[in-house]
Design a protein around this ligand. Sequence first.
Ligand SMILES: Cc1cc2nc3c(=O)[nH]c(=O)nc-3n(C[C@H](O)[C@H](O)[C@H](O)COP(=O)(O)OP(=O)(O)OC[C@H]3O[C@@H](n4cnc5c(N)ncnc54)[C@H](O)[C@@H]3O)c2cc1C
Ligand code: FES
Length: 280
Amino acid sequence: MYRITAKEELDVRDFFMEVEAPHVARAWKPGQFVVLLIHKKGERIPMSVYYADRETGRLGMFIRRHGKTTFDLWDNFDVGDSLYAVAGPLGMPIEVKHYGNVVFVSDAVCGQAENYATLRAMKEAGNYTISIQTFEDRAHSYPEKFLAKPVADEYYLTTEDGSRGIKGHYLDVLRELIEKDKVDIVFGGGKLGSLKKLADLTREYGIPTIVTVRQIMVDGTGMCGSCRILYDGEIKFACRDGPMFDAHKVDWDDVIRRDGRFVREQEIAKKHYLESKGVV
Ligand SMILES: Cc1cc2nc3c(=O)[nH]c(=O)nc-3n(C[C@H](O)[C@H](O)[C@H](O)COP(=O)(O)OP(=O)(O)OC[C@H]3O[C@@H](n4cnc5c(N)ncnc54)[C@H](O)[C@@H]3O)c2cc1C
Ligand code: FES
């Protein structure tokens, strides 16, 4: 069993959770993800890793209350309780080496976790690290201690309405940094629509760009085909060949279309769960 060792609200939707999973924490490398099963018969939910502590064997994650399973996790699991399973690490690690000036951009929960985890490793590899984190507004932004600031040599926080930090999106800040000639490689995670725009921006300047392609996953091991993407004219599986890919080779329109496949079913499952709790 996988004991929960910390749980804390990050904003009105997202929360931090730390879980004991020594075999995963010791093997995890940046770029890889895990799959949580909160009950024996539950859904398998893929999660990015905020940190993996080899000594304590603990994993930190940022989790959004999105549908049935993540609401259940927030509502019914506390510190001291255990998850049924933490599978992983899954997927391919990214190459951690000296690139020069490394930027990580993010504007949604999985990207915020990866921003910290990736830049921490890149800083240890001797890179100059620049973090740009975008949130919708102050109410949907994280407490200071959960930002990627400590692992960034240069740090920018933006909100789309300007209620905290710089007004705007990471794309605006990144364009300015590129024009100042400060960017050797960009890593990114978060909203798929923004990653498509990111790919267009960095392609214009010829800057290598590696991003997380979040697709609906079922088994998470390359067996079911659910997470397939079109990549450089070939079929790849986000769970096995990614989830981080060269953003310039991804067919973004196909990725975005496939991401919406089960919205109706997910809404029905969430509604049933909330009704069972007397919430709606
Ligand atoms: C590589 C990767 C990393 C991710 N990292 C994070 C993270 O750090 N924090 C976070 O909050 N979310 C992350 N997600 C998205 C997260 O897995 C989904 O939000 C979550 O599975 C949906 O939970 P739910 O409560 O709506 O599930 P339910 O509606 O109960 O079940 C949904 C089922 O569909 C699948 N599913 C639904 N939406 C998604 C999705 N967007 N991506 C993949 N599978 C999905 C799940 O595997 C699950 O089996 C990540 C997804 C991927 C693929
Ligand atoms: S989740 Fe089944 S192939 Fe990737």
